[in-house]
Design a protein around this ligand. Structure first.
Ligand code: PRX
Length: 652
């Protein structure tokens, strides 16, 4: 665990009760209702969860709610059988939702498509048949490396339908990162596109796949969606066009959704941690769907009339739970946008909200800070009166950004749900309920049903209200990750040993007098850059893999726009010139090794790195230096005092 100071002095006294009109129509209307349900969810999970789970369609009901006999390996709804695609699609066809829009797609160049539930069902059934004909079987891993186009959701749902395990890889990751993930989960099929549009340019996804596959042996086929129409190479016998497969004579649009075990692996999503390569977070069918479904329903207060837009990419967990599975399980209309928020102009998001009459909007604080920078004229030029609820996720939101969101976007009438959760938790854990919880700018407020969080010291004792501590979860919950793919030991050592026997989130937090949680950020060696989670070790490994680099230490520093920025301290091999050209070369190298999201913002060359006598890099000092702070605290174990002065100079 890093030696970061987790105390905080932030005091925020503003309180925003939900507007009465909102509460009156909300699924949960009163504090009393929330309290009763919350208490039941904690004290009598055996009555609470079955009642909630019964809102889903089960082919076979479970025999046992929770098997926690071998902690931390949980099994939920043991013996139950269901199909996620059936829950997200088929069951809506029996209702008034059959011809309702499921996905409203807006491409970056301005093309758009509306896909109804019946149409989405048809496409998913066809693609499920394609996958099965390609030899994909229950439990096989399928990588999805696609832009934000409807085919991404179709691919995910088709995998879920047949019980294949999808691993979605964010389109911004490099071919190296793609190869690592494919190798780790031994993917047999990759679904990609000729390219995707981003900031007016084409992201060459298929080319990246071709390079990645030079380093992998498990992939038998690549299915390619035509999105941009640019020329690409197709390898005979391996690469197949999606449109050829989907229009093949004899391809059936019927597919019976098979009953799948509650604990059938649904997806693997790679996420950065404190050590080594990103780990494959495993989620399973029953508990995950329930978490995504229930939080979507109550946190976004979803109604049939809503037009719901989550701006996250499907490459991240938010895109999984709140663009695809959660809203579709609720039968909602989901807006999906392919591109950047400032393409062609800085008002693109507001234009989309006006165009489709978006009612619920969910985005990240880093985006909000960019909107503030771009100026109020952009939202003001659009009619945003359709909005009724706003959400944020991914990092702490600074109160100024919260107030801007509330005023400029929400017209002071929309509640804001600041939702705290993680890839590992599968679904939202701490959040206001929009019709109930008075909000405080910067706080994710109170736990969702079934979630038992606490702020504790290193020994696991709760700290007094207002004090900083480690943020933990004390009880298992249905959508919790089940393991690290192929490495159960790592699952235990990453999350379950620091504050035994509880789940440690990696975050520091405090709980105020009203019982509200304030998440302060990571206390481990993970940084949150523009809402993207990166392991500093991962970036360090990429840097030291460069032939001119001897040693590297990477830390986060505060950044007004991105929340945190990456600062790399680098020592070069002897005889190498440490100049601006090399800085650029190293930044591009990291982009090639991981992806441009991991590009260090600052590179500082130094002759030595500050270390303790036992050889550990003193990251706290580096963080202070990166942040431009006078170094505070204990430096008595510093091996070489002169290094500090030199590191500071390296900034000059
Ligand atoms: O540090 C917390 C921060 O994002 C981390 C989880 O990152 P990831 O797994 O990529 O998932 C992001 C989307 C769920 C957390 O450990 N985080 C997420 N939401 C919030 C947050 N920090 C403060 N407030 C939030 N609302």
């Amino acid at each position: 665990m890093a030696d970061q100071n987790i105390e905080s002095t932030l005091v925020e006294r503003r309180l925003f009760p939900p507007p009465a009109e909102f509460s009156q129509q909300a699924h949960i209307k009163t504090q009393a209702e929330y309290q009763t349900l919350y208490r039941e969810s904690i004290d009598s999970p055996e009555t609470f969860w079955p009642r909630m789970a019964n809102e889903l369609h089960w082919h076979k009901k479970w025999d046992k709610l929770l098997d926690w006999s071998n902690p931390p390996f949980a099994k939920w709804f043991v013996g139950g059988q269901l199909n996620i695609a059936y829950n997200c699609l088929d069951r809506h066809l029996l209702t008034h939702r059959k011809n309702k829009a499921a996905i409203i797609f807006e491409g970056e160049p301005g093309d758009s498509r509306v896909i109804t539930y019946a149409q989405l069902h048809r496409e998913v059934c066809k693609f499920a048949n394609v996958l099965q004909q390609s030899g994909v079987k229950l439990g096989d891993r399928v990588a999805i490396y696609l832009p934000m186009i409807p085919e991404a959701a179709i691919a995910m749902l088709a995998c879920a339908r047949i019980g294949a395990v999808h691993t979605v890889i964010f389109g911004g990751f490099s071919s190296e990162a793609l190869a690592d993930r494919i190798n780790d989960s031994k993917v047999s099929l990759v679904i990609t596109a000729d390219g995707g549009f981003r900031r007016g340019k084409v992201v060459e996804l298929k080319k990246n796949v071709d390079v990645a596959l030079l380093k992998t042996t498990s992939v038998k086929n690549v299915i390619v969606v035509k999105r941009t129409g640019q020329p690409i190479e197709m390898t005979a016998g391996r690469d197949l066009w999606y449109h050829d497969l989907m229009t093949a004579p004899g391809l059936s649009a019927h597919h019976q959704a098979p009953p799948l075990d509650s604990e059938q692996m649904l997806f693997i999503l790679y996420t950065s941690g404190t050590t080594g390569k990103p780990k494959g977070v495993v989620h399973t069918t029953g508990g995950y769907l329930l978490g995504a479904y229930l939080t979507s329903k109550y946190v976004f207060d979803l109604k049939d009339s809503d037009v719901y837009w989550c701006t996250a990419d499907i490459g991240w967990v938010t895109g999984h739970s709140y663009l695809v599975y959660g809203p579709l399980a609720n039968g909602a209309t989901v807006v999906m946008y392919e591109g950047a928020p400032n393409q062609p102009k800085e008002d693109r998001f507001w234009e989309i909200i006006e165009k489709y009459g978006v009612t619920v909007f969910y985005t990240a604080p880093t985006a909000i800070r960019a909107f503030i920078k771009w100026g109020d004229q952009h939202p003001k030029a659009h009619d945003l009166s359709s909005l009724r609820l706003l959400g944020t996720v991914g990092e702490p939101i600074n109160p100024e950004a919260w107030m801007w969101y509330h005023t400029l976007i929400g017209g002071t009438r929309c509640p804001i749900v600041d939702t705290w959760w993680q890839t590992e938790t599968g679904a939202i854990m701490c959040t206001p309920l929009p019709g109930v919880t008075p909000t405080k700018p910067g706080s994710c407020t109170v736990p969702f049903f079934g979630v038992d969080p606490a702020v504790v010291d290193q020994k696991g004792h709760e700290v007094p209200p207002g004090s900083g501590g480690l943020f933990i979860i004390r009880k298992p919950w249905p959508s919790m990750m089940r393991t690290v793919y192929g490495d159960p030991e790592r699952f235990v050592s990453t999350y379950w040993v620091q504050v035994k026997p509880y789940y440690f989130t990696g975050d520091g937090a405090r709980k105020d007098q009203d019982g509200y949680f304030w998440v302060m950020g990571r206390v481990d060696d993970v940084v949150n850059v523009a809402g993207h989670r990166l392991g500093t070790m991962e970036v360090e490994s990429a840097l030291v893999a460069h032939p001119k680099v001897a040693e590297a230490a990477v830390v986060g520093r505060p950044d007004e726009l991105k929340g945190q920025a990456l600062c790399a301290f680098v020592t070069v091999c002897s005889g190498i010139r440490a100049d601006d050209k090399l800085k650029e070369e190293l930044k591009c190298w990291v982009a090639k090794e991981i992806g441009s999201i991991a590009k260090p913002d600052d590179i500082r060359f130094t002759e030595l790195l500050p270390k303790t006598r036992s050889g550990k890099i003193m990251r706290r000092l580096l963080r202070d230096i990166a942040a431009g702070k006078e170094t505070l605290g204990d430096t008595t174990t510093l091996e070489d005092y002169s290094i500090l002065a030199k590191l500071r100079e390296s900034d000059e």
